[in-house]
Design a protein around this ligand. Structure first.
Ligand code: PAF
Length: 280
């Protein structure tokens, strides 16, 4: 496994564009990332994993400074997982000057849900992913469904800019008790970790009640938020959206179709997100 730190070295290792499968990450890898790498390896192309904590997608009050940087351990995990090249640029390599050209995704998709509570987040994500795509020039790029809205934004960006890249989704990896794997789970205390599955449970209940078709969505959302708050969480949102474009249901009588329940909530100092795809 090759570890490179510059775009030039990455391009030298992959001289023909469109010949790798790419997994972008911010490092501090867990089994969910390794599952993405395993899925990437199935394509029989060299697998490139990028590790870069992207300042552009963190608000000033967020955890950019304390986000764990664990390159050596990450490389140890990636080697047996089927990764061929690790691209680990430093900030100066990726942003040698202030990144004044940025990708601003469609506000209808990017200013709702996560984007509402984390303004600018998807501009930061889209900008770095565009730059990483240009560095790696992959044929396939893999993104986890755990960051569902991110997957939708990247899909739309790839489509609108006619990038010659297939975006492949990977199912969310979960711990045995159902908690979605996330680098931020490491911030949870033991007591918080024991409660952390309550977010996924709240989404399951919301999806079931939505499917019953009895109450308007706003009522179900308010009930879900109240229930999670009573369990000691500070929810940002719990809602149901259409799969694909994340549009809200317009007519509450029209519940047939493919939906996703999405939620974000803080447990102590840690903000967790999760989602659940379902059909009615
Ligand atoms: O999902 C992530 O880890 C990040 O948002 C990504 C896609 C690597 C961009 O920094």
């Amino acid at each position: 496994m090759l570890v490179v730190h510059t775009i030039a070295a990455l391009r030298a290792a992959l001289p023909v564009p469109g010949t790798c499968a790419f997994v972008p990450t911010m490092g501090n890898l867990h089994d969910g990332h390794l599952a993405l790498v395993g899925q990437a390896a199935v394509h029989g192309l060299p697998v490139v994993v990028s590790i870069f904590v992207n300042r552009l997608q963190f608000a000033p009050h967020e955890d950019f400074d304390r986000y764990p940087r664990t390159l050596e351990r990450d490389c140890e995990l990636l080697r047996p997982a089927g990764c061929n090249i690790v691209f680990a640029p430093d900030e100066h390599e990726l942003y040698p000057e202030p990144q004044t050209f940025q990708v601003h995704p469609d506000p209808a998709l990017a200013d709702i849900l996560e984007g509402h509570f984390r303004p600018g987040f998807f501009t930061g994500v889209s900008t770095v992913v565009m730059k990483l795509f240009n560095a790696a020039q992959p044929r396939i790029a893999l993104f986890g469904k755990k960051d569902y809205q991110q997957l939708m934004v990247i899909r739309r960006m790839t489509q609108q800019f006619a990038l010659p890249i297939v975006i492949e989704a990977a199912e969310t990896s979960r711990a045995e008790d159902g908690l979605a794997l996330s680098s931020r789970n490491g911030y949870l205390s033991a007591a918080e970790r024991a409660k952390a599955t309550e977010l996924a449970q709240a989404l399951r209940t919301l999806a079931e009640r939505f499917g019953d078709g009895v109450s308007p969505l706003e009522v179900l959302e308010a009930q879900a938020i109240a229930a999670l708050t009573a369990q000691g969480w500070q929810p940002d949102y719990l809602t149901v959206r259409r799969q694909g474009d994340l549009s809200a249901p317009i007519d509450d009588d029209e519940r047939g179709g493919a939906w996703v329940a999405l939620g974000a909530a803080r447990l102590g100092a840690t903000r967790l997100i999760d989602n659940l795809e379902f059909r009615v």
